[in-house]
Write a protein that binds this ligand. Structure first.
Ligand SMILES: Nc1ncnc2c1ncn2[C@@H]1O[C@H](COP(=O)(O)OP(=O)(O)OP(=O)(O)O)[C@@H](O)[C@H]1O
Length: 292
Protein backbone atom coordinates (compact mmCIF):
# COMPACT_ATOMS: atom_id res chain seq x y z
CA UNK A 1 0.00 0.00 0.00
CA UNK A 2 1.58 3.31 -1.02
CA UNK A 3 1.22 6.15 1.49
CA UNK A 4 -0.92 9.16 0.69
CA UNK A 5 0.80 12.35 -0.34
CA UNK A 6 -0.46 15.87 0.48
CA UNK A 7 -1.40 16.20 -3.20
CA UNK A 8 -3.60 13.11 -2.95
CA UNK A 9 -5.41 14.59 0.02
CA UNK A 10 -5.95 17.89 -1.74
CA UNK A 11 -7.16 16.19 -4.88
CA UNK A 12 -9.70 14.26 -2.85
CA UNK A 13 -10.60 17.35 -0.86
CA UNK A 14 -9.92 15.44 2.35
CA UNK A 15 -7.87 16.47 5.34
CA UNK A 16 -5.41 14.16 7.01
CA UNK A 17 -7.74 14.17 10.03
CA UNK A 18 -10.51 12.75 7.85
CA UNK A 19 -8.29 9.83 7.09
CA UNK A 20 -6.93 8.97 10.50
CA UNK A 21 -9.39 6.14 10.82
CA UNK A 22 -8.89 5.12 7.21
CA UNK A 23 -6.29 2.92 5.67
CA UNK A 24 -6.39 4.24 2.14
CA UNK A 25 -3.94 4.37 -0.71
CA UNK A 26 -3.73 7.07 -3.35
CA UNK A 27 -5.16 4.56 -5.83
CA UNK A 28 -8.15 3.95 -3.56
CA UNK A 29 -8.88 7.64 -3.46
CA UNK A 30 -8.81 8.21 -7.19
CA UNK A 31 -10.75 4.99 -7.69
CA UNK A 32 -13.76 6.58 -6.02
CA UNK A 33 -13.95 9.95 -7.81
CA UNK A 34 -17.30 10.18 -9.58
CA UNK A 35 -17.86 12.58 -12.46
CA UNK A 36 -20.62 13.16 -14.96
CA UNK A 37 -20.26 15.53 -17.91
CA UNK A 38 -23.14 16.91 -19.92
CA UNK A 39 -25.43 14.08 -18.85
CA UNK A 40 -28.79 13.97 -20.61
CA UNK A 41 -31.54 11.37 -20.41
CA UNK A 42 -34.75 11.09 -22.40
CA UNK A 43 -37.58 8.81 -21.29
CA UNK A 44 -40.35 7.99 -23.76
CA UNK A 45 -38.60 10.49 -26.04
CA UNK A 46 -39.14 13.34 -23.58
CA UNK A 47 -36.05 15.01 -22.10
CA UNK A 48 -35.93 14.31 -18.35
CA UNK A 49 -32.33 15.35 -17.63
CA UNK A 50 -30.48 17.95 -19.67
CA UNK A 51 -26.76 18.70 -19.61
CA UNK A 52 -26.07 17.86 -15.97
CA UNK A 53 -22.44 18.08 -14.77
CA UNK A 54 -21.23 16.83 -11.42
CA UNK A 55 -17.94 15.94 -9.76
CA UNK A 56 -17.84 14.17 -6.42
CA UNK A 57 -14.32 13.65 -5.05
CA UNK A 58 -13.55 10.40 -3.26
CA UNK A 59 -14.76 10.35 0.32
CA UNK A 60 -17.31 13.09 -0.20
CA UNK A 61 -21.11 13.14 0.05
CA UNK A 62 -23.27 14.84 -2.58
CA UNK A 63 -26.97 15.33 -1.86
CA UNK A 64 -29.17 15.72 -4.93
CA UNK A 65 -32.24 17.75 -4.05
CA UNK A 66 -35.14 19.21 -5.98
CA UNK A 67 -38.90 19.22 -6.26
CA UNK A 68 -41.00 16.19 -7.28
CA UNK A 69 -40.35 15.18 -10.86
CA UNK A 70 -37.12 17.22 -11.11
CA UNK A 71 -35.13 14.18 -12.28
CA UNK A 72 -33.32 13.12 -9.09
CA UNK A 73 -34.08 9.40 -9.35
CA UNK A 74 -33.40 9.51 -13.07
CA UNK A 75 -29.97 11.00 -12.36
CA UNK A 76 -29.13 8.22 -9.89
CA UNK A 77 -30.36 5.52 -12.24
CA UNK A 78 -28.30 6.99 -15.06
CA UNK A 79 -25.21 7.12 -12.82
CA UNK A 80 -25.86 3.49 -11.87
CA UNK A 81 -25.81 2.54 -15.55
CA UNK A 82 -29.47 1.61 -15.69
CA UNK A 83 -30.61 4.14 -18.29
CA UNK A 84 -29.41 5.00 -21.78
CA UNK A 85 -27.92 8.48 -21.67
CA UNK A 86 -25.84 11.01 -23.53
CA UNK A 87 -22.73 12.42 -21.88
CA UNK A 88 -19.92 10.80 -19.96
CA UNK A 89 -19.95 9.14 -16.54
CA UNK A 90 -16.59 8.17 -15.07
CA UNK A 91 -15.34 6.61 -11.85
CA UNK A 92 -11.70 7.19 -11.02
CA UNK A 93 -11.31 8.84 -14.41
CA UNK A 94 -12.46 5.71 -16.29
CA UNK A 95 -15.61 6.00 -18.36
CA UNK A 96 -18.14 3.45 -17.15
CA UNK A 97 -20.04 3.19 -20.45
CA UNK A 98 -18.11 0.19 -21.72
CA UNK A 99 -17.27 -1.38 -18.37
CA UNK A 100 -18.23 -5.00 -17.75
CA UNK A 101 -21.26 -5.11 -15.43
CA UNK A 102 -19.32 -7.04 -12.77
CA UNK A 103 -16.51 -4.49 -12.69
CA UNK A 104 -19.01 -1.67 -12.59
CA UNK A 105 -20.90 -3.33 -9.73
CA UNK A 106 -17.70 -3.55 -7.70
CA UNK A 107 -17.22 0.17 -8.18
CA UNK A 108 -20.78 1.43 -7.76
CA UNK A 109 -23.68 0.19 -5.64
CA UNK A 110 -27.19 1.54 -6.10
CA UNK A 111 -30.12 1.31 -3.70
CA UNK A 112 -33.36 2.25 -5.52
CA UNK A 113 -36.26 4.02 -3.86
CA UNK A 114 -38.97 1.41 -4.46
CA UNK A 115 -37.51 -1.78 -5.89
CA UNK A 116 -39.74 -4.74 -6.68
CA UNK A 117 -38.76 -7.34 -4.09
CA UNK A 118 -39.30 -11.09 -4.47
CA UNK A 119 -41.81 -11.64 -1.65
CA UNK A 120 -40.80 -15.24 -0.93
CA UNK A 121 -37.05 -14.67 -0.77
CA UNK A 122 -35.44 -14.46 2.68
CA UNK A 123 -33.81 -11.29 3.93
CA UNK A 124 -30.44 -13.06 4.10
CA UNK A 125 -30.60 -14.47 0.57
CA UNK A 126 -31.74 -11.16 -0.89
CA UNK A 127 -28.96 -9.25 0.86
CA UNK A 128 -26.42 -11.85 -0.25
CA UNK A 129 -27.32 -10.98 -3.87
CA UNK A 130 -25.20 -7.86 -3.32
CA UNK A 131 -22.16 -10.19 -3.33
CA UNK A 132 -22.92 -11.42 -6.88
CA UNK A 133 -20.08 -9.39 -8.48
CA UNK A 134 -17.61 -11.35 -6.32
CA UNK A 135 -19.02 -14.83 -6.87
CA UNK A 136 -17.45 -16.73 -9.80
CA UNK A 137 -19.70 -17.74 -12.70
CA UNK A 138 -21.27 -21.10 -11.88
CA UNK A 139 -19.67 -20.82 -8.42
CA UNK A 140 -21.32 -20.20 -5.11
CA UNK A 141 -20.85 -17.72 -2.33
CA UNK A 142 -17.89 -18.07 0.02
CA UNK A 143 -17.79 -18.01 3.78
CA UNK A 144 -16.54 -14.40 3.50
CA UNK A 145 -19.58 -13.41 1.40
CA UNK A 146 -21.88 -14.86 4.08
CA UNK A 147 -19.90 -13.19 6.89
CA UNK A 148 -20.05 -9.78 5.22
CA UNK A 149 -23.79 -10.21 4.68
CA UNK A 150 -24.32 -11.21 8.31
CA UNK A 151 -22.33 -8.27 9.63
CA UNK A 152 -24.16 -5.69 7.48
CA UNK A 153 -27.53 -7.12 8.60
CA UNK A 154 -26.31 -6.83 12.18
CA UNK A 155 -25.29 -3.18 11.71
CA UNK A 156 -28.70 -2.33 10.27
CA UNK A 157 -30.66 -4.02 13.07
CA UNK A 158 -31.80 -6.73 10.67
CA UNK A 159 -30.08 -9.82 12.07
CA UNK A 160 -33.25 -11.06 13.72
CA UNK A 161 -35.06 -10.87 10.36
CA UNK A 162 -32.43 -12.81 8.40
CA UNK A 163 -34.63 -15.87 7.88
CA UNK A 164 -37.85 -13.98 7.30
CA UNK A 165 -39.31 -13.58 3.80
CA UNK A 166 -39.30 -10.09 2.28
CA UNK A 167 -43.08 -10.13 1.88
CA UNK A 168 -43.45 -10.21 5.66
CA UNK A 169 -41.49 -7.03 6.47
CA UNK A 170 -42.70 -3.52 7.26
CA UNK A 171 -41.89 -0.69 4.80
CA UNK A 172 -39.01 0.56 6.93
CA UNK A 173 -37.56 -2.94 7.37
CA UNK A 174 -37.75 -3.48 3.61
CA UNK A 175 -35.98 -0.19 3.00
CA UNK A 176 -33.13 -1.19 5.32
CA UNK A 177 -32.80 -4.53 3.52
CA UNK A 178 -32.43 -2.73 0.17
CA UNK A 179 -29.69 -0.61 1.70
CA UNK A 180 -28.06 -3.71 3.21
CA UNK A 181 -27.88 -5.31 -0.24
CA UNK A 182 -26.11 -2.20 -1.58
CA UNK A 183 -23.68 -2.09 1.36
CA UNK A 184 -22.59 -5.74 1.08
CA UNK A 185 -21.50 -4.93 -2.46
CA UNK A 186 -18.55 -3.10 -0.83
CA UNK A 187 -18.42 -0.70 -3.77
CA UNK A 188 -16.37 2.51 -3.77
CA UNK A 189 -19.35 4.65 -4.78
CA UNK A 190 -22.76 4.45 -3.07
CA UNK A 191 -25.82 5.77 -4.93
CA UNK A 192 -28.76 5.90 -2.54
CA UNK A 193 -32.19 7.04 -3.70
CA UNK A 194 -34.18 8.41 -0.75
CA UNK A 195 -32.65 5.90 1.68
CA UNK A 196 -34.65 7.08 4.69
CA UNK A 197 -38.19 7.91 3.50
CA UNK A 198 -39.88 4.96 5.24
CA UNK A 199 -37.72 5.06 8.36
CA UNK A 200 -38.58 6.30 11.83
CA UNK A 201 -36.33 9.01 13.26
CA UNK A 202 -34.06 6.59 15.11
CA UNK A 203 -33.52 4.39 12.08
CA UNK A 204 -33.01 7.44 9.82
CA UNK A 205 -30.21 8.54 12.08
CA UNK A 206 -28.77 5.04 12.33
CA UNK A 207 -28.70 4.58 8.54
CA UNK A 208 -27.25 8.02 7.76
CA UNK A 209 -24.63 7.73 10.50
CA UNK A 210 -23.64 4.28 9.22
CA UNK A 211 -23.25 5.60 5.68
CA UNK A 212 -21.23 8.53 7.02
CA UNK A 213 -18.95 6.25 9.04
CA UNK A 214 -18.33 4.06 5.99
CA UNK A 215 -17.62 7.16 3.94
CA UNK A 216 -15.02 8.34 6.41
CA UNK A 217 -13.48 4.99 7.29
CA UNK A 218 -13.29 3.57 3.77
CA UNK A 219 -13.23 6.80 1.72
CA UNK A 220 -16.52 5.91 0.02
CA UNK A 221 -18.11 8.42 -2.31
CA UNK A 222 -21.79 8.91 -1.52
CA UNK A 223 -24.56 10.35 -3.68
CA UNK A 224 -28.04 10.45 -2.18
CA UNK A 225 -31.33 11.98 -3.07
CA UNK A 226 -33.03 13.30 0.07
CA UNK A 227 -36.26 15.22 0.37
CA UNK A 228 -35.57 16.50 3.87
CA UNK A 229 -33.37 19.48 3.08
CA UNK A 230 -32.19 20.02 6.64
CA UNK A 231 -31.17 16.37 7.00
CA UNK A 232 -29.48 16.51 3.60
CA UNK A 233 -27.56 19.62 4.65
CA UNK A 234 -26.41 18.07 7.89
CA UNK A 235 -24.73 15.10 6.17
CA UNK A 236 -23.71 16.27 2.69
CA UNK A 237 -20.57 18.25 1.84
CA UNK A 238 -22.06 19.40 -1.42
CA UNK A 239 -25.49 19.75 -2.97
CA UNK A 240 -26.91 19.76 -6.44
CA UNK A 241 -30.32 21.33 -6.94
CA UNK A 242 -32.22 19.93 -9.89
CA UNK A 243 -35.29 21.58 -11.32
CA UNK A 244 -37.10 20.44 -14.46
CA UNK A 245 -34.19 18.19 -15.35
CA UNK A 246 -31.49 20.83 -15.14
CA UNK A 247 -28.86 21.59 -12.50
CA UNK A 248 -29.91 25.03 -11.30
CA UNK A 249 -27.56 25.38 -8.32
CA UNK A 250 -24.61 23.52 -6.87
CA UNK A 251 -22.12 24.13 -4.10
CA UNK A 252 -22.07 23.84 -0.34
CA UNK A 253 -25.41 23.27 1.41
CA UNK A 254 -25.38 26.93 2.51
CA UNK A 255 -24.88 28.10 -1.08
CA UNK A 256 -27.66 25.92 -2.46
CA UNK A 257 -30.28 26.09 0.29
CA UNK A 258 -31.17 29.74 0.12
CA UNK A 259 -34.67 31.08 0.68
CA UNK A 260 -34.60 32.37 -2.90
CA UNK A 261 -33.67 29.02 -4.45
CA UNK A 262 -36.25 27.16 -2.39
CA UNK A 263 -38.92 29.74 -3.17
CA UNK A 264 -38.21 29.65 -6.90
CA UNK A 265 -37.83 25.91 -7.40
CA UNK A 266 -39.98 24.32 -4.67
CA UNK A 267 -42.58 27.11 -4.59
CA UNK A 268 -42.31 27.01 -0.81
CA UNK A 269 -42.02 29.81 1.70
CA UNK A 270 -39.29 28.94 4.16
CA UNK A 271 -36.93 30.44 6.65
CA UNK A 272 -33.32 29.33 6.38
CA UNK A 273 -31.30 29.63 9.57
CA UNK A 274 -28.04 27.94 10.54
CA UNK A 275 -27.29 25.33 13.18
CA UNK A 276 -24.37 25.46 15.62
CA UNK A 277 -22.04 24.03 12.97
CA UNK A 278 -23.06 26.63 10.36
CA UNK A 279 -25.20 24.20 8.35
CA UNK A 280 -28.53 25.45 6.99
CA UNK A 281 -31.78 24.57 8.72
CA UNK A 282 -34.91 24.92 6.60
CA UNK A 283 -38.24 25.63 8.29
CA UNK A 284 -41.56 25.90 6.49
CA UNK A 285 -43.37 29.17 7.10
CA UNK A 286 -47.15 29.16 7.37
CA UNK A 287 -48.53 31.80 4.99
CA UNK A 288 -50.66 33.19 7.82
CA UNK A 289 -47.83 32.97 10.31
CA UNK A 290 -49.49 29.86 11.76
CA UNK A 291 -51.78 31.73 14.16
CA UNK A 292 -54.81 29.79 15.37
N1 LIG B 1 -40.49 5.86 -17.94
C1 LIG B 1 -40.78 7.16 -18.01
N2 LIG B 1 -41.27 7.71 -19.14
C2 LIG B 1 -41.52 9.03 -19.22
N3 LIG B 1 -41.32 9.90 -18.22
C3 LIG B 1 -40.83 9.41 -17.09
C4 LIG B 1 -40.53 8.02 -16.91
N4 LIG B 1 -40.06 7.84 -15.66
C5 LIG B 1 -40.07 9.07 -15.09
N5 LIG B 1 -40.53 9.99 -15.93
C6 LIG B 1 -40.67 11.43 -15.69
O1 LIG B 1 -39.37 11.95 -15.50
C7 LIG B 1 -39.42 13.04 -14.58
C8 LIG B 1 -38.37 12.83 -13.53
O2 LIG B 1 -38.70 11.71 -12.74
P1 LIG B 1 -37.84 11.32 -11.46
O3 LIG B 1 -38.44 10.09 -10.88
O4 LIG B 1 -36.41 11.26 -11.87
O5 LIG B 1 -38.07 12.58 -10.54
P2 LIG B 1 -37.66 12.82 -9.02
O6 LIG B 1 -36.98 14.14 -8.97
O7 LIG B 1 -36.91 11.64 -8.49
O8 LIG B 1 -39.10 12.93 -8.36
P3 LIG B 1 -39.66 12.59 -6.89
O9 LIG B 1 -39.15 13.64 -5.97
O10 LIG B 1 -41.13 12.71 -7.09
O11 LIG B 1 -39.23 11.19 -6.53
C9 LIG B 1 -40.85 13.08 -14.04
O12 LIG B 1 -41.54 14.09 -14.70
C10 LIG B 1 -41.41 11.73 -14.40
O13 LIG B 1 -42.79 11.79 -14.63
Amino acid sequence: MSPLTPTDLTAANLTAADLTAANLTAADLTAANLTAKDLSVALDRAPVLTGVDLAVPAGRWLAVVGPNGAGKSTLLRALAGLLPHDGEIAVGGTAVRHMQPRRRARLMAYAPQNPALPAEMSVFDYTLLGRTPYIPYLGRESRRDRDITGSVLERLDLASFAGRSLGRLSGGERQRVVLARALVQRARVLLLDEPTTALDLGHQQQVLELVDRLRLADGLTVVTTLHDLTVAASYADAMLLLSAGRAVASGTPAEVLTEAHIGTHFHARVAVTTDGGGRPVVTLLRPSGGDR
